[in-house]
Design a protein around this ligand. Structure first.
Ligand SMILES: NC(=O)c1ccc[n+]([C@@H]2O[C@H](COP(=O)([O-])OP(=O)(O)OC[C@H]3O[C@@H](n4cnc5c(N)ncnc54)[C@H](O)[C@@H]3O)[C@@H](O)[C@H]2O)c1
Length: 325
Protein backbone atom coordinates (compact mmCIF):
# COMPACT_ATOMS: atom_id res chain seq x y z
CA UNK A 1 0.00 0.00 0.00
CA UNK A 2 1.23 3.50 -0.80
CA UNK A 3 2.46 6.05 1.76
CA UNK A 4 0.81 9.48 1.98
CA UNK A 5 1.36 12.55 4.16
CA UNK A 6 -1.75 13.33 6.20
CA UNK A 7 -3.36 16.74 6.75
CA UNK A 8 -4.43 15.75 10.23
CA UNK A 9 -2.63 18.62 11.94
CA UNK A 10 -4.99 21.08 10.19
CA UNK A 11 -7.69 20.18 12.72
CA UNK A 12 -5.52 21.14 15.70
CA UNK A 13 -7.21 23.82 17.83
CA UNK A 14 -10.46 23.76 15.79
CA UNK A 15 -13.96 24.10 17.17
CA UNK A 16 -15.85 20.90 16.44
CA UNK A 17 -19.27 19.36 16.99
CA UNK A 18 -19.56 15.62 17.61
CA UNK A 19 -23.11 14.31 17.50
CA UNK A 20 -23.38 10.97 19.26
CA UNK A 21 -20.12 11.93 20.96
CA UNK A 22 -20.98 9.90 24.06
CA UNK A 23 -21.37 6.68 22.01
CA UNK A 24 -18.95 3.83 21.35
CA UNK A 25 -17.12 5.43 18.43
CA UNK A 26 -17.91 9.02 19.46
CA UNK A 27 -16.26 8.97 22.89
CA UNK A 28 -13.08 7.46 21.43
CA UNK A 29 -13.10 10.18 18.76
CA UNK A 30 -13.61 12.89 21.39
CA UNK A 31 -10.56 11.61 23.34
CA UNK A 32 -8.44 11.89 20.19
CA UNK A 33 -9.82 15.39 19.44
CA UNK A 34 -8.79 16.44 22.95
CA UNK A 35 -5.24 15.32 22.17
CA UNK A 36 -5.46 17.54 19.09
CA UNK A 37 -6.38 20.52 21.33
CA UNK A 38 -9.87 20.95 19.81
CA UNK A 39 -12.73 22.78 21.45
CA UNK A 40 -15.43 20.15 21.45
CA UNK A 41 -19.21 20.30 21.68
CA UNK A 42 -20.91 16.92 22.11
CA UNK A 43 -24.59 16.64 21.20
CA UNK A 44 -26.05 13.38 22.52
CA UNK A 45 -29.35 12.37 24.05
CA UNK A 46 -27.71 9.53 26.04
CA UNK A 47 -30.41 7.15 24.78
CA UNK A 48 -27.88 4.43 23.91
CA UNK A 49 -24.85 5.30 26.00
CA UNK A 50 -24.22 5.88 29.65
CA UNK A 51 -22.88 8.80 31.64
CA UNK A 52 -19.19 8.57 32.43
CA UNK A 53 -18.07 7.65 28.90
CA UNK A 54 -16.49 11.07 28.46
CA UNK A 55 -13.70 12.55 30.55
CA UNK A 56 -14.36 15.74 32.50
CA UNK A 57 -12.47 18.40 30.58
CA UNK A 58 -12.89 22.14 30.16
CA UNK A 59 -12.60 21.70 26.39
CA UNK A 60 -15.67 19.44 26.19
CA UNK A 61 -19.13 20.95 26.40
CA UNK A 62 -22.00 18.50 26.49
CA UNK A 63 -25.45 19.36 25.14
CA UNK A 64 -27.94 16.70 26.12
CA UNK A 65 -30.65 16.57 23.47
CA UNK A 66 -32.16 15.08 20.35
CA UNK A 67 -30.58 15.79 16.94
CA UNK A 68 -34.08 16.03 15.42
CA UNK A 69 -35.26 18.69 17.89
CA UNK A 70 -35.03 22.22 16.44
CA UNK A 71 -34.80 23.91 19.85
CA UNK A 72 -31.78 21.76 20.72
CA UNK A 73 -30.26 22.48 17.32
CA UNK A 74 -30.71 26.25 17.64
CA UNK A 75 -28.86 26.07 20.96
CA UNK A 76 -26.15 23.81 19.51
CA UNK A 77 -25.60 26.00 16.44
CA UNK A 78 -25.18 29.17 18.49
CA UNK A 79 -21.50 28.16 18.13
CA UNK A 80 -19.82 28.16 14.70
CA UNK A 81 -18.02 24.90 13.96
CA UNK A 82 -15.03 24.31 11.75
CA UNK A 83 -15.86 20.62 11.54
CA UNK A 84 -18.94 18.54 12.32
CA UNK A 85 -18.69 14.82 13.00
CA UNK A 86 -22.19 13.38 12.71
CA UNK A 87 -22.23 10.05 14.50
CA UNK A 88 -25.56 10.05 16.35
CA UNK A 89 -27.92 7.36 15.10
CA UNK A 90 -30.33 4.72 16.25
CA UNK A 91 -28.37 1.52 16.61
CA UNK A 92 -28.90 -0.56 14.51
CA UNK A 93 -30.48 -3.29 12.33
CA UNK A 94 -32.53 -5.14 14.96
CA UNK A 95 -33.81 -1.96 16.60
CA UNK A 96 -34.78 -0.56 13.20
CA UNK A 97 -36.82 -3.65 12.40
CA UNK A 98 -38.76 -3.14 15.63
CA UNK A 99 -39.25 0.62 15.19
CA UNK A 100 -38.58 1.77 11.62
CA UNK A 101 -40.42 5.09 12.04
CA UNK A 102 -38.17 6.24 14.89
CA UNK A 103 -35.21 5.12 12.83
CA UNK A 104 -36.33 7.33 9.97
CA UNK A 105 -36.95 10.29 12.30
CA UNK A 106 -33.50 10.20 13.89
CA UNK A 107 -31.25 8.81 11.16
CA UNK A 108 -32.76 10.53 8.12
CA UNK A 109 -34.68 13.58 9.36
CA UNK A 110 -32.12 14.31 12.11
CA UNK A 111 -29.26 14.17 9.60
CA UNK A 112 -31.11 16.50 7.22
CA UNK A 113 -31.78 19.01 10.01
CA UNK A 114 -28.09 18.97 11.00
CA UNK A 115 -27.02 19.44 7.37
CA UNK A 116 -29.29 22.46 6.98
CA UNK A 117 -27.94 24.09 10.15
CA UNK A 118 -24.37 23.31 9.11
CA UNK A 119 -24.96 24.79 5.64
CA UNK A 120 -26.50 27.94 7.13
CA UNK A 121 -23.48 28.60 9.32
CA UNK A 122 -21.03 27.56 6.56
CA UNK A 123 -19.29 24.81 8.48
CA UNK A 124 -16.03 23.89 6.74
CA UNK A 125 -16.76 20.14 6.48
CA UNK A 126 -19.57 17.80 7.56
CA UNK A 127 -18.51 14.20 8.17
CA UNK A 128 -21.30 11.65 8.02
CA UNK A 129 -20.72 8.30 9.69
CA UNK A 130 -22.49 5.83 7.42
CA UNK A 131 -22.50 2.06 7.44
CA UNK A 132 -21.33 -0.95 5.44
CA UNK A 133 -24.80 -2.38 6.10
CA UNK A 134 -26.17 -0.34 3.18
CA UNK A 135 -24.43 -2.69 0.73
CA UNK A 136 -26.82 -5.43 1.87
CA UNK A 137 -26.62 -8.83 0.22
CA UNK A 138 -24.29 -8.77 -2.81
CA UNK A 139 -22.87 -11.39 -5.15
CA UNK A 140 -19.36 -10.20 -4.22
CA UNK A 141 -17.96 -10.70 -0.71
CA UNK A 142 -15.69 -7.67 -1.04
CA UNK A 143 -17.59 -4.41 -0.81
CA UNK A 144 -16.28 -1.58 -2.97
CA UNK A 145 -17.70 1.96 -2.81
CA UNK A 146 -18.86 1.67 -6.42
CA UNK A 147 -21.15 -1.32 -5.74
CA UNK A 148 -24.83 -0.57 -6.07
CA UNK A 149 -26.24 -0.46 -2.49
CA UNK A 150 -28.85 -3.06 -1.67
CA UNK A 151 -30.11 -2.08 1.80
CA UNK A 152 -32.20 -4.82 3.38
CA UNK A 153 -33.17 -3.36 6.79
CA UNK A 154 -34.82 -0.06 7.71
CA UNK A 155 -31.52 0.95 9.39
CA UNK A 156 -29.55 0.33 6.20
CA UNK A 157 -32.14 2.29 4.18
CA UNK A 158 -31.88 5.17 6.65
CA UNK A 159 -28.07 5.26 6.43
CA UNK A 160 -28.22 5.32 2.62
CA UNK A 161 -30.95 7.97 2.49
CA UNK A 162 -28.90 10.22 4.77
CA UNK A 163 -25.93 9.81 2.40
CA UNK A 164 -28.12 11.06 -0.45
CA UNK A 165 -29.13 14.06 1.66
CA UNK A 166 -25.45 14.94 2.14
CA UNK A 167 -24.96 15.20 -1.62
CA UNK A 168 -28.33 16.92 -2.20
CA UNK A 169 -27.64 19.61 0.42
CA UNK A 170 -24.16 20.09 -1.01
CA UNK A 171 -25.78 20.75 -4.41
CA UNK A 172 -28.51 23.05 -3.08
CA UNK A 173 -26.77 24.83 -0.17
CA UNK A 174 -23.08 24.34 -0.90
CA UNK A 175 -21.85 22.53 2.22
CA UNK A 176 -18.86 20.20 1.79
CA UNK A 177 -19.24 16.73 3.25
CA UNK A 178 -17.33 13.47 3.53
CA UNK A 179 -18.99 10.11 4.04
CA UNK A 180 -17.30 7.21 5.80
CA UNK A 181 -18.91 3.78 5.73
CA UNK A 182 -17.88 2.02 8.94
CA UNK A 183 -17.66 -1.72 9.32
CA UNK A 184 -18.14 -3.50 12.66
CA UNK A 185 -16.13 -1.17 14.84
CA UNK A 186 -15.26 -2.65 18.26
CA UNK A 187 -13.16 -1.76 21.28
CA UNK A 188 -13.34 0.09 24.60
CA UNK A 189 -16.68 1.84 25.36
CA UNK A 190 -18.69 -0.48 23.10
CA UNK A 191 -21.25 -1.79 25.60
CA UNK A 192 -22.99 -5.17 25.64
CA UNK A 193 -26.80 -5.24 25.34
CA UNK A 194 -29.77 -6.74 23.55
CA UNK A 195 -29.40 -4.64 20.40
CA UNK A 196 -25.64 -4.19 20.54
CA UNK A 197 -22.67 -5.78 18.79
CA UNK A 198 -21.46 -9.36 18.88
CA UNK A 199 -18.01 -8.71 20.39
CA UNK A 200 -19.10 -6.98 23.65
CA UNK A 201 -21.88 -9.54 24.05
CA UNK A 202 -19.40 -12.41 23.64
CA UNK A 203 -17.09 -10.79 26.22
CA UNK A 204 -19.96 -10.48 28.69
CA UNK A 205 -20.95 -14.13 28.27
CA UNK A 206 -17.37 -15.43 28.34
CA UNK A 207 -16.47 -13.43 31.47
CA UNK A 208 -19.53 -14.80 33.27
CA UNK A 209 -19.03 -18.37 31.97
CA UNK A 210 -22.36 -18.19 30.11
CA UNK A 211 -22.97 -19.70 26.67
CA UNK A 212 -21.75 -17.68 23.70
CA UNK A 213 -24.69 -17.75 21.30
CA UNK A 214 -23.95 -17.63 17.59
CA UNK A 215 -26.88 -16.92 15.28
CA UNK A 216 -26.04 -18.91 12.16
CA UNK A 217 -23.27 -21.43 11.55
CA UNK A 218 -20.38 -19.32 12.84
CA UNK A 219 -18.81 -19.38 9.39
CA UNK A 220 -20.38 -15.97 8.64
CA UNK A 221 -17.68 -13.30 8.39
CA UNK A 222 -17.40 -9.58 9.05
CA UNK A 223 -14.69 -6.97 8.71
CA UNK A 224 -14.09 -6.17 12.40
CA UNK A 225 -12.27 -2.87 12.85
CA UNK A 226 -10.63 -1.70 16.07
CA UNK A 227 -12.10 1.63 17.14
CA UNK A 228 -8.68 3.32 17.23
CA UNK A 229 -8.32 2.60 13.51
CA UNK A 230 -11.90 3.75 12.84
CA UNK A 231 -11.20 7.06 14.61
CA UNK A 232 -7.96 7.54 12.68
CA UNK A 233 -9.84 7.00 9.40
CA UNK A 234 -12.53 9.50 10.40
CA UNK A 235 -9.94 12.17 11.22
CA UNK A 236 -8.00 11.58 8.01
CA UNK A 237 -11.26 11.79 6.03
CA UNK A 238 -12.45 15.09 7.47
CA UNK A 239 -9.06 16.82 7.05
CA UNK A 240 -8.12 15.60 3.56
CA UNK A 241 -8.94 18.22 0.89
CA UNK A 242 -9.31 15.52 -1.79
CA UNK A 243 -11.94 13.77 0.38
CA UNK A 244 -14.44 16.63 -0.08
CA UNK A 245 -17.79 15.26 -1.21
CA UNK A 246 -16.40 11.73 -1.46
CA UNK A 247 -17.36 8.41 0.14
CA UNK A 248 -14.91 5.98 1.75
CA UNK A 249 -15.09 2.51 3.20
CA UNK A 250 -13.36 2.24 6.57
CA UNK A 251 -12.59 -1.32 7.59
CA UNK A 252 -9.51 -3.51 7.62
CA UNK A 253 -9.92 -5.25 4.28
CA UNK A 254 -9.90 -8.59 6.14
CA UNK A 255 -12.73 -10.88 7.11
CA UNK A 256 -12.96 -12.86 10.36
CA UNK A 257 -15.54 -15.54 11.07
CA UNK A 258 -17.88 -15.18 14.04
CA UNK A 259 -16.77 -18.60 15.28
CA UNK A 260 -13.12 -17.58 15.38
CA UNK A 261 -14.07 -14.38 17.26
CA UNK A 262 -15.91 -16.53 19.83
CA UNK A 263 -12.92 -18.87 20.21
CA UNK A 264 -10.43 -15.98 20.52
CA UNK A 265 -12.54 -14.30 23.20
CA UNK A 266 -12.86 -17.57 25.15
CA UNK A 267 -9.08 -17.98 25.03
CA UNK A 268 -8.35 -14.35 26.06
CA UNK A 269 -10.80 -14.49 28.97
CA UNK A 270 -9.85 -18.07 29.93
CA UNK A 271 -13.55 -18.87 29.88
CA UNK A 272 -15.29 -22.16 30.62
CA UNK A 273 -18.25 -21.13 28.43
CA UNK A 274 -19.71 -23.24 25.64
CA UNK A 275 -20.53 -22.04 22.15
CA UNK A 276 -24.14 -22.66 21.14
CA UNK A 277 -25.84 -22.05 17.80
CA UNK A 278 -29.25 -20.53 17.01
CA UNK A 279 -30.89 -20.05 13.60
CA UNK A 280 -30.09 -16.78 11.85
CA UNK A 281 -32.46 -13.88 12.45
CA UNK A 282 -34.83 -12.99 9.62
CA UNK A 283 -32.94 -9.75 8.86
CA UNK A 284 -29.46 -11.37 8.80
CA UNK A 285 -28.96 -11.75 5.07
CA UNK A 286 -25.24 -11.16 4.78
CA UNK A 287 -23.08 -14.28 5.04
CA UNK A 288 -19.66 -12.83 4.31
CA UNK A 289 -18.33 -9.30 4.26
CA UNK A 290 -15.05 -7.49 3.92
CA UNK A 291 -14.43 -3.95 2.88
CA UNK A 292 -12.35 -2.79 -0.04
CA UNK A 293 -10.29 -0.02 1.60
CA UNK A 294 -8.04 0.83 -1.35
CA UNK A 295 -9.71 4.21 -1.94
CA UNK A 296 -9.21 5.26 1.71
CA UNK A 297 -5.63 4.03 1.57
CA UNK A 298 -4.85 5.93 -1.62
CA UNK A 299 -6.62 9.23 -0.94
CA UNK A 300 -6.55 9.41 2.88
CA UNK A 301 -3.41 7.42 3.65
CA UNK A 302 -5.64 5.28 5.91
CA UNK A 303 -3.87 2.15 7.14
CA UNK A 304 -5.51 0.18 9.95
CA UNK A 305 -2.77 -1.28 12.14
CA UNK A 306 -4.52 -3.21 14.93
CA UNK A 307 -4.75 -6.99 14.52
CA UNK A 308 -7.92 -8.68 15.71
CA UNK A 309 -5.92 -10.44 18.47
CA UNK A 310 -4.46 -7.15 19.81
CA UNK A 311 -7.78 -5.33 19.43
CA UNK A 312 -9.63 -7.99 21.41
CA UNK A 313 -6.97 -7.94 24.14
CA UNK A 314 -7.32 -4.14 24.49
CA UNK A 315 -11.10 -4.54 24.58
CA UNK A 316 -10.76 -7.15 27.36
CA UNK A 317 -8.53 -4.82 29.40
CA UNK A 318 -11.31 -2.23 29.25
CA UNK A 319 -14.02 -4.79 30.07
CA UNK A 320 -12.18 -5.90 33.18
CA UNK A 321 -12.61 -2.39 34.65
CA UNK A 322 -16.38 -2.28 33.93
CA UNK A 323 -19.28 -3.37 36.09
CA UNK A 324 -21.84 -4.98 33.81
CA UNK A 325 -24.23 -7.59 35.27
N1 LIG B 1 -20.09 0.71 15.60
C1 LIG B 1 -20.18 0.17 14.40
O1 LIG B 1 -19.76 -0.96 14.16
C2 LIG B 1 -20.79 0.95 13.26
C3 LIG B 1 -20.85 0.34 12.00
C4 LIG B 1 -21.43 1.05 10.95
C5 LIG B 1 -21.88 2.34 11.15
N2 LIG B 1 -21.81 2.90 12.38
C6 LIG B 1 -22.33 4.26 12.55
O2 LIG B 1 -21.40 5.01 13.30
C7 LIG B 1 -22.07 5.89 14.20
C8 LIG B 1 -21.58 5.67 15.61
O3 LIG B 1 -21.81 4.33 15.99
P1 LIG B 1 -21.57 3.86 17.49
O4 LIG B 1 -21.15 2.45 17.45
O5 LIG B 1 -20.75 4.84 18.23
O6 LIG B 1 -23.08 3.91 18.02
P2 LIG B 1 -23.59 4.19 19.52
O7 LIG B 1 -24.98 3.70 19.61
O8 LIG B 1 -22.60 3.64 20.50
O9 LIG B 1 -23.53 5.76 19.61
C9 LIG B 1 -24.52 6.58 19.05
C10 LIG B 1 -24.75 7.72 20.02
O10 LIG B 1 -25.81 8.51 19.47
C11 LIG B 1 -26.69 8.86 20.53
N3 LIG B 1 -28.01 9.11 19.95
C12 LIG B 1 -28.90 8.21 19.47
N4 LIG B 1 -30.01 8.83 19.05
C13 LIG B 1 -29.82 10.15 19.26
C14 LIG B 1 -30.61 11.32 19.04
N5 LIG B 1 -31.85 11.24 18.53
N6 LIG B 1 -30.08 12.53 19.37
C15 LIG B 1 -28.85 12.63 19.92
N7 LIG B 1 -28.06 11.56 20.16
C16 LIG B 1 -28.54 10.34 19.83
C17 LIG B 1 -26.67 7.67 21.48
O11 LIG B 1 -27.06 8.00 22.79
C18 LIG B 1 -25.20 7.25 21.41
O12 LIG B 1 -24.43 7.89 22.40
C19 LIG B 1 -23.56 5.65 13.98
O13 LIG B 1 -24.02 6.63 13.08
C20 LIG B 1 -23.62 4.28 13.33
O14 LIG B 1 -24.75 4.18 12.48
C21 LIG B 1 -21.28 2.23 13.44
Amino acid sequence: MSQKRSNLSSIRGSTVLVTGGNGAVGCNLVRRLLELSCNIVVLDDFSQSKKGNLPLDKNIKIIRGDIADEKTLNKTFATRYDYIFHLAARFANEMSVLNPIEDLRVNIQGTLQLLLHAAKQKTTRFLYSSSSSLYGPQKENVFTETLRPNPSTPYAVSKLAAEYYCSAIKKTCGIDYTIVRLSNSYGPFDPPGKFRNVIPNFFMSAMHNKHLTITGTGRETRDFTFVGDTVQGILLAITEPKAKNETFNLGTGKETSILSIAKLIMRITDSKSKIVFKPMRSFDHIKRRRMDIRKANKILGYRPTTSIQDGLKMTYEWFQKQHYD
